[in-house]
Design a protein around this ligand. Structure first.
Ligand SMILES: [Zn+2]
Ligand SMILES: [Zn+2]
Length: 313
């Protein structure tokens, strides 16, 4: 049994933790404070906190629609210094730029998540890539080519074929990749056969290559999509996390109520049944912890978010 003091000394000797200004990190089951980049805002302040506290998450980025400044303010009042926020607006509507600009003026630190039935290289998203660069905020994009239920439709299509041209065309835009197509394409043998492919990963996948080649691309480790990719091939996962440790950010995208898998998890997504009844945050943090060094783990779950965003200490 390790004493609390010895534990804190071990933690503070092992990793420098931004946002804690020389203080030791608070004791935490993960051994590092954790920032959840991908947390969909819930209407009641207490419901947001229930997930963070239940899963052992220190702070989170609320994903909201349009100008949610008032709702965010209510949550921040209930739990000071624990939240940042992103905003999204329907990119097919002419006032999307106006709405997102207003949200950033009101305190949003990014666009997201951007999940619309348009092409990844189409005019609707191109306007958003350009605006994100102008406003100096990152843009979080949901890429999906395979339906989760009949007639769902696809989202930001063309990741494998056209997204590299967007990274080249918008070098000042910070892109954060997320969802099925982004994570399935870590394997070089993927051709949109399934939302969540299984089996060992074939090295040299598009996502791995883009993360290596483009400083303006980051990866969001949230949801079943990332958890599935990280679960396929433990040796690959270790190498992949080490290779991209400065470019990957932990997120949950979890819909459980309590940070322990309660409530309805993975609703409307039978293909993600492997995580039904589980907390996606806990499952992914567990994989990350066993697949990285303590310093790389701290980068991925905390430090990298502090380089990207202004997170209140
Ligand atoms: Zn998504
Ligand atoms: Zn959860």
């Amino acid at each position: 049994m390790i004493s609390r003091r010895a534990f804190l000394e071990t933690v503070s000797a092992a990793v420098v933790i931004p946002g804690w200004a020389g203080q030791a990190a608070p004791p935490n089951e993960w051994g590092s404070p954790v920032f959840d980049l991908h947390f969909h805002m819930r209407p009641q302040p207490a419901s947001n906190l229930a997930h963070l506290d239940g899963a052992g998450i220190t702070k989170a980025n609320l994903l909201t629609r349009a100008t949610a400044a008032e709702q965010v303010a209510a949550i921040e009042a209930a739990a000071p210094r624990r939240f940042t926020w992103f905003s999204s607006a329907d990119v097919t509507k002419p006032d999307a730029e106006q709405a997102l600009t207003a949200a950033v003026k009101a305190g949003a630190q990014g666009f997201g998540e951007m999940k619309f039935h348009v092409a990844a290289d189409g005019p609707e998203l191109r306007r958003m890539y350009a605006l994100a660069a102008d406003l100096k905020v990152p843009i979080l994009v949901h890429f999906q080519e395979v339906d989760h239920f009949p007639d769902e439709g696809t989202w930001s299509t063309g990741f494998a074929k056209t997204f590299e041209s967007m990274l080249k065309a918008y070098p000042k835009t910070t892109f954060i990749g997320h969802a099925d197509a982004f994570w399935a394409n870590v394997s070089a043998d993927y051709h949109n056969e399934a939302a969540y492919p299984s089996g060992p990963i074939v090295r040299g996948g598009i996502t791995d290559k883009l993360l290596g080649d483009y400083p303006n691309l980051l990866g969001d480790l949230s949801a079943n999509s990332s958890n599935n990719a990280l679960s396929r091939d433990p040796e690959f996962t270790k190498d992949f996390l080490a290779r991209h440790r400065t470019k990957l950010l932990f997120g949950s995208d979890c819909s459980c109520t309590d940070g322990h898998g309660g409530g309805v998890s993975q609703a409307n997504n039978p293909a993600a049944a492997r995580l039904a009844g589980k907390c996606v945050a806990r499952e992914t943090l567990t994989i990350l912890k066993r697949s990285t060094t303590p310093a790389a783990f701290a980068d991925i779950v905390w430090g990298n978010a502090h380089k990207l965003l202004t997170i209140p200490a």
